[in-house]
Design a protein around this ligand. Structure first.
Ligand SMILES: Cc1cc2nc3c(=O)[nH]c(=O)nc-3n(C[C@H](O)[C@H](O)[C@H](O)COP(=O)(O)OP(=O)(O)OC[C@H]3O[C@@H](n4cnc5c(N)ncnc54)[C@H](O)[C@@H]3O)c2cc1C
Length: 431
């Protein structure tokens, strides 16, 4: 389709096996060699699994792994979810008919996105029965045609397809074997110490705990079920389950490009890129999950491996490559001026702006809060009278006003707490 629409594009359906940066060429799985003038690496990231090669430990990244997860779930009575990021958050909320034990290493849920206050606001939703209608999507949605046919194409290099991104569980029936709606137990401040297969566990003579029925006075009994796999947590608690979902983040997928090439790498293992998305090797650019933004960022932007940033980086890298080829200069794209992410957690609209968790602001910042239980949670991060970030949960209608206030760094000291007064129409006031 792309080739038809754009005659200057040629699509090669084969995974890259090797990059020879000095010779300016790549070798693909089908045995061909392709010479380039400029190259952009966009090979994404891989799930960071808590343990490799265990058939009971699943990661979710692409269509295939999501379908495998769904298949396993239809036969499951209990699963464990390890991790505290976006995928874990969505899973615990969406899964029905299956007991879920959710182990997180932090004190509160969702710490990639929220502080403890917002986590508490959201946790009440988890305990409640599933709510009414789902909130509507107010953005463009991308789907693929003929999903089944697309599986295991030659282009996947034998391992991985594209990351699923927003709406990934849409159309997947996330239901276990039981008839109840949601049953979640959260184990905080712990990590996985050891995973036992059934036989190993039997020999160990250790005892596993049953699913905690009640958060208060739970009886310490043992679990009578025999499970295919058991997880021992650093808190010494052991739970058996049908399988484990490892949702513990991603690592940039750089291996295919490393051999013989001396890339500068970021601390998170990504290819370092400068403010023109250029890596440390000549004529090689990178964008999306594979790269680590290594320029001096705007004070209210940070990199997060998100679909929106991958798209913005890809678009900007293309512009930089074209400009370099023509010997022209390019300015930094404005999408990197302010961090902005809109998503949905637990059926609430969630907007994150700027330094929404006061990342890197030191201790001289203040937080302002407005919260109506079950309805909205608004948190604003202020420093020297300027708005630096915000977390907006629910239909607050504040995102555009706050986006502008963060961008223009207006001195808001004189407004004090009125800034969050629900009786003041901020949008109108700052218009
Ligand atoms: C389950 C899930 C849910 C998510 N939800 C959200 C969300 O709600 N919001 C959000 O903003 N982000 C979300 N993300 C993150 C988002 O999907 C990623 O940040 C984004 O897709 C990264 O884009 P990318 O182009 O860098 O990498 P990818 O989308 O992973 O694409 C990489 C491509 O490179 C190909 N490739 C890999 N190796 C090779 C090779 N050797 N040769 C040739 N091709 C290769 C792969 O097949 C793939 O097509 C989610 C991710 C997952 C896994």
């Amino acid at each position: 389709m792309l080739e038809n629409r754009f005659p200057n594009i040629k699509v090669i359906e084969s995974g890259v096996k090797q990059l020879k940066s000095k010779e300016h060429c790549i070798l693909t799985g089908d045995g061909s060699q392709h010479v380039y003038k400029k190259l952009c690496l966009c090979a994404g990231a891989k799930p960071k699994l808590i343990c490799e090669g265990n058939p009971y430990v699943l990661g979710i990244r692409d269509t295939d792994s999501a379908q495998e997860f769904q298949k396993q779930l239809t036969k499951a009575k209990r699963i464990m979810i390890i991790g505290n990021g976006g995928i874990a958050l969505e899973l615990v909320y969406e899964i029905e008919g299956c007991e879920v034990i959710w182990a997180i290493k932090d004190k509160a849920i969702g710490n990639t996105f929220f502080d403890a206050g917002a986590a508490e606001f959201l946790t009440s939703k988890l305990i409640a029965e599933k709510p009414e209608a789902k909130i509507a999507h107010k953005r463009t949605r991308y789907t693929t045609e003929g999903r089944k046919k697309e599986r295991q194409t030659k282009g996947s290099a034998g391992n991985m397809g594209s990351a699923l991104g927003p709406d990934w569980h849409e159309g997947l029936n996330l239901k276990g074997t039981k008839e109840f709606s949601r049953k979640i137990h959260i184990e905080t401040m712990c990590e996985v110490k050891k995973i036992y297969l059934q036989e190993e566990f039997r020999i160990s003579r250790k005892k596993s705990l049953p699913f905690p029925r009640d958060h208060h006075n739970q009886p310490v009994t043992t679990d009578k079920e025999v499970w295919p796999v058991y997880v021992e947590l650093t808190s010494e608690k052991i739970y058996g389950c049908d399988f484990i979902v490892s949702a513990t983040g991603v690592t940039p997928n750089i291996e295919p490009f490393l051999c013989g090439n001396n890339f500068d790498l970021g601390e998170d293992g990504g290819l370092k890129v400068d403010d023109h998305m250029h890596t440390s090797l000549s004529d090689i650019y990178a964008a999306g999950d594979i790269c680590t933004a290594s320029w001096q960022p705007s004070p209210v932007w940070q990199q997060m491996r998100l679909w929106t940033q991958a798209r913005q980086m890809g678009w900007y890298a293309a512009k930089c490559m074209a400009a370099a080829a023509l010997g022209q200069s390019t300015d930094m794209d404005f999408s990197f001026e302010l961090f902005a992410h809109v998503t949905k957690f637990f059926n609430y609209k969630v907007v994150l702006l700027g330094k929404y968790n006061a990342q890197g602001l030191g201790s001289d910042h203040e937080l302002m809060l407005r919260c109506t239980k079950g309805q909205e949670y608004v948190k604003v991060v202020m420093q020297n009278g300027r708005m630096m970030g915000a977390v907006l949960i629910g239909e607050t209608d504040l995102e555009e006003t706050f986006e502008n206030l963060i961008l223009n760094q207006m001195d808001l000291s004189s407004y004090g707490e009125d800034l969050l007064d629900p009786n003041i129409d901020l949008e109108d006031y700052f218009d």
